[in-house]
Every structure is written in C-alpha cells, then in structure tokens.
Design a protein around this ligand. Structure first.
Ligand SMILES: [Cu+2]
Length: 153
C-alpha cells in the first residue's frame, strides 16, 4: 500500500477547498491571447467566472506581475466600429456566472513586462469588492484559438 500517497491526499483536498472558500468564485476556461505582434503592448484575458456563494460578488480590478496595469474592458460596436471601453467592475449575482470573451467583457493586460510567452500559463489576480484577491492561472493560447474552441477536450 502506498502510504505516502494516502497521507498527502487530505492535505491536497484541504488546500483545494480553502482556495474556493476564500473567494467563492470559481474560474474555468481561463486563458490569455498570444500577442498580435512582437511589439504588442497589451493582450486580453478571458474566463468563465462562477459565483458559488449566496451573495453578489464584484470584481473591481485585477493585476499581474507581467503588466503595468490590468483593466476591465467591454467591447462595444458603434456604427460598425469595434471599440473597447474600460468599465469599473464586473458584478456577479449569487449562483450566477459571467463569461469574459472576445465579444464582450474581458481583462486587458497593458504595459506588458517580460511576458513569458514560452510558458504554459501566467497568473492574474482578481481584486474583489470585499478586499480579497484571487490569483488564478490563465493558459497562454494562440490568437486562432477561437476557431478551434468547439473541439472537445
Ligand atoms: Cu480590451
């Protein structure tokens, strides 16, 4: 019998449940785009964010070690022109989810600094209205990911 495995399992579960309780938000499909050009100064980040608590939670900001600042943006179509506008927060009602995608809300990493493009993912911190910060890994994916996203894993 493998006692080392058995003894490490409860610790892992403890860490996992603590991470969820700390914020009451669960992120899925979290990813960041590859840069448009070598000199891109900003990239967008997307995720499906679920509020598993009984109270509304607002994301009021974000940050990353690899960007001077991270803004919350919304895509708006105005007379055929696509524009991105900063918005102050993302409100997620109890037991609801919000999808950040290429057609709407997203996080914008601006003033990129030493982005590790060869890495599998980077960490982005979400700043919540209750003062908590939730760090989550965002997978680095190519720009053409959208076209492939209907494939099942
Ligand atoms: Cu943007």
């Amino acid at each position: 019998m493998n006692f080392r495995f058995l003894s490490s399992l409860p610790l892992f579960l403890l860490a996992l449940s603590h991470a969820v309780n700390a914020a009451d938000l669960v992120l899925n499909e979290a990813w960041v785009t590859a840069p448009l050009t070598q000199n891109s100064s900003g990239v967008a980040a997307f995720a499906v964010i679920s509020n598993i608590s009984q109270k509304q939670i607002a994301i009021v900001g974000a940050s990353s070690d690899y960007a001077e600042k991270v803004q919350i943006h919304r895509i708006e179509h105005q007379q055929g022109v696509v524009k991105m506008k900063p918005v102050p927060s993302i409100n997620i009602p109890p037991n609801q989810q919000v999808t950040l995608n290429q057609d709407g809300l997203h996080l914008m990493l601006m003033g990129l600094q030493n982005m590790p493009w060869d890495a599998k993912d980077i960490s982005i911190q979400l700043h919540l209205d209750n003062g908590e910060r939730l760090a989550h890994k965002f997978e680095i994916r190519g720009l053409n990911y959208k076209a492939e996203s209907h494939h099942h894993h």
